[in-house]
Design a protein around this ligand. Sequence first.
Ligand code: WTA
Length: 659
Amino acid sequence: MSDGDGELEARLVEQEEFEPSDEFVEQANVSDPGIYDEFEENWPDCWERAADLLDWDEEYETVLDDSNEPFYEWFSDGTLNASYNCVDRHVENGDKNRVAIKWEGEHGETRTYTYQDLYREVNEFAAALREMGVEEDDVVTLYMPMVPELPIAMLACARIGAPHSVVFAGFSAEALATRMNSADSEYLVTCNGYYRRGDALDHLEKANEGLDDVDHGVEATVVVDRLGDDSFGHDLRGNQHDWDELVDEQRGERVDPVERDAEDMLFLMYTSGTTGEPKGVKHTTGGYLAYTAWTSHAVLDIEPEDTYWCSADIGWITGHSYIVYGPLALGTTTVMYEGTPDYPERDRLWDIVEKYAVDIFYTAPTAIRAFMKWGTEFPERRDLSSLRLLGTVGEPINPRAWKWYYKHIGGEDCPVVDTWWQTETGGMMVTTLPGVGNMKPGSAGPPLPGIDARIVDTEGEEVEAGRAGYLTVNKPWPGMLRTLYNNDERFVSEYWEEYSDPDADEWVYFPEDGAKIDDDGYITVLGRVDDVLNVSGHRLGTMEIESAIVGVEGVAEAAVVGGDHEVKGEAVYAYVILEDGYDGGEEMRGRIIEGVEDAIGPIARPEQVVFTPELPKTRSGKIMRRLLEEIANEEELGDTTTLRNPEIVTDIQSKVQGD
Ligand code: WTA
């Protein structure tokens, strides 16, 4: 490293605020600082600006209907179709030859879909779904890896008004069955397999196991053949169809996009909460699509001419909003990559950036921490000069990782947007606007225009700058979830009860995150305050993992907490009490890990399983999770005097730290 570099490095470490370059600001979609006031003064009509990014069949007249809080409705008298907005209108506007999806398989195969190609494929698959009997409002489950057929199936569902429920391909058979049962979903689209670090994975086996546990009749399943000669050779069952054959029968078919009410459900997405049951988050056609299009435009600065890449998996909300709906609504080129960042080498992502001259790249802090660990030689091998903007999402990013990303990926030339949001919010809520505000590493930024986010104490009073409190959102927004599927009561109790005052007509959304705010109104999100873990940016409920462990023969009780992890952010620590007669050895540990993988998937796999005769409990019998977390993190232990069994703490501590 030359001296110049050394100085640069030192300056970066110190620097707390970064300005976007003039060059970026000049070309940015949104660059007028007046936008914050404009939205505030005009609220809720300001949201017409988002809705205007879409084509409506029937123009809406009401922007917000808040007559039945907290069941807000947006643009409720308008009608539209999401598939039309993401596909047809670009074809009609003369962009039929623009690339919609650039797909790259793990082995380097590529597929390119222009908007015209996408139009054809979506229509044919929509016709196939109709032929199979799928009707408007039937929930279609999509249990698929990162293959182009996934966004095609999503858009085909949207075209005929059938909400989709995408289940992340890394989830287990049991997780698939739970979600199909909960949504009463009678149709499944899946895949025979996919590739991970060179190996073909048998996905159909898992899908079939899941289907065996569905409580109701399943009308039909469609199977994409991703593996070809590497296929595991399962025969298709009676009501299972091969994707290609099915679509071949529909060659040339066109299906008119169904006119949907703005408030009609576009999709369901299951996510983890405090209890063991995943929650079916309901998103709607008008508000969600307007919100994801708007944030893609204002925050990701997407232009139709761009090549945009979000490296998330479509099985999570980030992929729904910012691989599929937002970018395609804006008519840009969205990149999809099937595999892992380190296959065949640790420069794979940078190879893709170079190859497609990616303009905008959006990823998660866990990935950035891995890149840092691997070293700068990998990005340095590739030409990353096409990049204009970088983004992160999913968990807090520390200033060191932020600066590494800014310097080694962005070449100190690209703004970095740190975007805070959730499955429930539909799209980004707290982040800088890259063409407007300065960036402060480690802080997401101010709430977006029109978003009223505050940091409060347990009483709901705003806390002083610099003090930790709870993040709340005090006004509704178009992308918000409308309810939890078939469970309005839980929707109100999970998100609204904590801080609302219904008698005073005050409704406050509580995302269950801790945060602090600085004097400039920049928010730093500290992490979940409920029993939800964030492992590699994946949201997992401790209760779900605990119930999987308790389901293992010989386990009496389990407590799961998150321990700090260099790359994953958080890792799963499981403290387990066995029944008499069972031995806490390797075999038991293996069965517990298998139990978790079967119930949820490998992402929830415990990093450590600690066998203990007791768990630290208060006199009223509550497990003291705080202590278990402190032990996992090798922190100094807090107060143990309120424990019924304080002696167990040092015992557990020596087991964990002795490892
Ligand atoms: C966390 C992912 C800090 C947060 C889009 C939230 C973040 C949960 C950030 C939602 C960020 C997301 N900084 N924390 N920029 N973005 N989170 O539903 O705890 O999978 O509640 O949605 O991730 O996770 P979910």
